[in-house]
Design a protein around this ligand. Structure first.
Ligand code: ASP
Length: 610
């Protein structure tokens, strides 16, 4: 039967004990990792969040009653043990933090027993994730997840401490807000009081934090829960946490400055990594041209090089037609890889195709048996023309050159991904390398083929660069924004911008985004109104906190740094959410579920029962 504490107090956690405690009487509480009876002794590995401690039950010391009880222990029983810390002598277990000591048990309480487990609690698991997420509370007992969650808490604390020292105020913003369809899909919450109307869960506290600047709080932060109803890619969750901030009376450099120091502090506090400041900066244009990505992985080189000029008069149809259609020809020089086996080159071609390219042309510098170039397009060019390409790429004997020719966007995407593949294949990425970069001067707009209009690349409140504003009507695509992302090892950790605080600029921006004044007013009227009453210049930034924690933990997925993540289909396997609700609940909300939907659901249920 489960026993109570009845006044028994824990004196410390299991793995907080050290050789300095030898001789002390202690009481520890935790779970049985494993327990076995060996030669008249019961050896029990006890575990709590600090780690594992060995407990020994010897009948002579603990008496027969306790000894018998110890014999009934099974994995994951929750127990309390009182006893003396003693040395293990020569039998040190180097794998354990507490490997030099053990507890000589005197008393044992079984606080609760455990049913047989759906999967073993072990660091390395082969259990599939669906099952682990169904029993997430058990999964969370595993050492790597315990470590990740503790690390995440440390991260939150580090951020709070730093920002507090810097004069930021932590303010909570509401999570029942107004739906603003710009951006990702909103999660909606029906109103009971106003039937047929809906709140939205915030995709970010963007407008609210800007309003806080209007209120004069001048430095705000929040570990903000955000919600986006997107089709989930491997590394997304429907709800996630942002380290969100906003500052008044600042420009780009001020935001970057305080954030560099925040980054340095959090990486030092949480994982003892020294981030060198200042963090390098690269403009969006340069990142896209050199690395084919707005989140370049700078742990290795292999920059992209433009050879459009060099090849524009050659006879190679693939290059020529791309250039004639207004596209570009670009390549990557891979030093010393001229003898890469054909199979591997073919694999790169597949990568190029996967990312929308027609293929990949290649040239192996002076790698043919006769000392000439080995080249997929040799028969369309003269020797001089090939040499000119080699020279333009700054290549040397034995190098591999790969090329893509297409529209600018396609070439960037293709070569950007071929570059990443090469980095992986050639093992150019050093472990424990932390390459941060700011990406700055993003375009204000991006053209959406789908919608046939300009969309805000960051969001509609992002300020343009003053010197580009003159092009707002003649060439909106040319206007750069005061927007910046912070990138680590090829992933975006966060981003932000200086905001528009002039009514006329904001109006123009909304007009360019296709908002009629009425629609703008309907959606953001409260912000536009607030901006009439003395709005300070302001700017901000938000980090994906889960992403930051994931890097710190060296985890493979953001799910590994969240206590209760959702499955890839956005469902919660443990609670069984989403779920149907009582008709009476729906009635109160004035909601009727489409009968067709119900019919389809029934049918699906039948199929899966068959
Ligand atoms: N609200 C923005 C985002 O969620 C970040 C920012 O501009 O501060 O991406």
């Amino acid at each position: 039967m489960a026993e109570s504490l009845k006044g028994l107090k824990r004196t410390c956690r299991c793995a907080e004990l050290t050789v300095d405690d030898i001789g002390k009487e202690v009481t520890v509480m935790g779970w049985v990792q494993k327990s076995r009876n060996k030669g008249g002794l019961v050896f029990t590995d006890m575990r709590d969040r600090s780690g594992i401690l060995q407990v020994i039950f010897e009948e002579d010391i603990c008496g027969s009653e306790v000894f018998e009880k110890a014999g009934t222990l099974h994995s994951e029983y929750c127990i309390a043990v009182t006893g003396k810390v003693r040395s293990r002598g020569k039998d040190v277990n180097k794998e354990l933090k507490t490997g030099a000591i053990e507890i000589e048990a005197k008393a044992l309480r079984i606080l609760s027993e455990s049913a047989p487990l759906p999967f073993p609690i072990e660091s390395e698991t082969k259990t599939r994730e669906e099952l682990r997420l169904k029993y997430r509370y058990l999964d969370l007992r595993r050492a790597p997840l315990q470590r990740n969650i503790l690390m995440r808490s440390k991260l939150a604390m580090s951020v709070r401490n730093f920002l507090d020292e810097e004069g930021f105020i932590e303010i909570e913003t509401p999570t029942l807000i107004k739906s603003t369809p710009e951006g990702a899909r909103d999660y909606l919450v029906p109103s009971r009081v106003y039937q047929g109307e809906f709140y939205a869960l915030p995709q970010s506290p963007q407008l609210l934090k800007q309003l806080l600047m209007c209120s004069g709080f001048d430095r705000y932060f929040q570990l903000a829960r955000c919600y986006r109803d997107e089709d989930l890619r491997a590394d997304r969750q429907p709800e996630f946490t942002q380290i969100d901030m906003e500052l008044s009376f600042v420009d780009v450099d001020d935001v970057i400055d305080v954030n560099e120091r925040l980054i340095k502090r959090m990486f030092k506090d949480v994982i003892n990594v020294d981030v060198e400041l200042p963090i390098q900066r690269i403009t969006w244009q340069e990142a896209m041209d050199k690395y084919g990505s707005d989140k370049p992985d700078l742990r290795f080189g292999l920059p992209i090089c433009d050879i459009s000029e060099t090849v524009k008069n050659t006879g190679f149809g693939v290059f020529k037609s791309a250039l004639e259609a207004g596209g570009v020809v670009r390549g990557i020089r891979v030093p010393g890889e001229g003898h890469m086996p054909r199979k591997k080159i073919d694999a790169l071609v597949e990568v190029a195709k996967y990312y929308g390219g027609k293929g990949l042309a290649y040239l192996c510098v002076n790698c043919a048996e006769d000392g000439g170039h080995k080249c997929s397009f040799a028969k369309f060019m003269t020797g001089e023309e090939l040499d000119a390409i080699v020279a333009a790429m700054g290549a040397e004997k034995g190098d591999l050159l790969v090329f893509a020719a297409d529209k600018l966007n396609v070439v960037r995407n293709v070569l950007g991904n071929v570059r990443l593949e090469l980095g992986k294949q050639l093992e150019l990425i050093k472990k424990d390398d932390w390459k941060f970069t700011w990406v700055t001067e993003f375009p204000l707009f991006e053209w959406s083929e789908e919608e046939g209009r300009y969309m805000a690349m960051h969001h509609p409140f992002t300020a343009p660069m003053e010197e580009d504003w003159q092009y707002i009507d003649s060439d909106p695509g040319r206007v750069r924004a005061k927007a910046y992302d912070i990138v680590l090892n090829g992933t975006e950790l966060g981003g932000g911008s200086v905001r528009i605080h002039q009514a006329d600029v904001q109006e123009k921006m909304l007009e360019k985004l296709g908002f009629t004044p009425e629609r703008a007013n309907e959606q953001f009227g409260f912000l536009l109104e607030a901006f009439k009453y003395g709005v300070p210049p302001h700017a901000g930034l938000a980090y994906g906190m889960d992403r930051v924690a994931m890097w710190m933990a060296g985890a493979e997925s953001i799910r590994d740094v969240m206590a209760f993540p959702k499955l890839k289909d956005a469902s919660d396997a443990m609670m069984g959410a989403p779920s149907e609700v009582d008709n009476s609940q729906l009635d109160e909300l004035g909601i009727l579920v489409d009968p067709e939907v119900l019919k389809a659901k029934e049918k699906n249920a039948e199929i899966s029962n068959e």
